[in-house]
Design a protein around this ligand. Sequence first.
Ligand code: MG
Length: 157
Amino acid sequence: MIRTGNGFDVHAFAENRKLFLCGTEIPCDEGLLGHSDADVAVHALIDAILGALALGDIGMWFPDHDDAYLDIDSMILLEKVLADPRVAAWKILNCDLTIIAQKPKLGAYREAMRRNLAEYMKLAVDQISVKFTTTEHLGFTGRGEGIATIASVTLEK
Ligand code: MG
């Protein structure tokens, strides 16, 4: 059996926050606002995994009104999802992320992000694609108001 899922997430920039993408801290004058560490890339990835297996969404699993998840490292959320027996029964074949950001420049961090996800997901780096795009200054990402991510995942059992 093969299943595929997609995920999408957005977080707004805010001052006095650190920026984390794929569990990697990125130097930036602003970070992303959120209940957790606001790692928009990992949130989209989690939703893609949950979507593939029709297990709901990240908000159902980790409610943003639950203090247990306040400022939590989103990689821990990813680990919790992967450890669930309903997910662990499947083998992840590949992940493909598109991080939509006008700023900061992210290309230099691509390999660190891939390695980080590979380590946490116990996958090979070549099973993980991390892509970046701007929106040519259009829309909220283009105005530098926040970062969005689209993720796709394929799993096999
Ligand atoms: Mg989120």
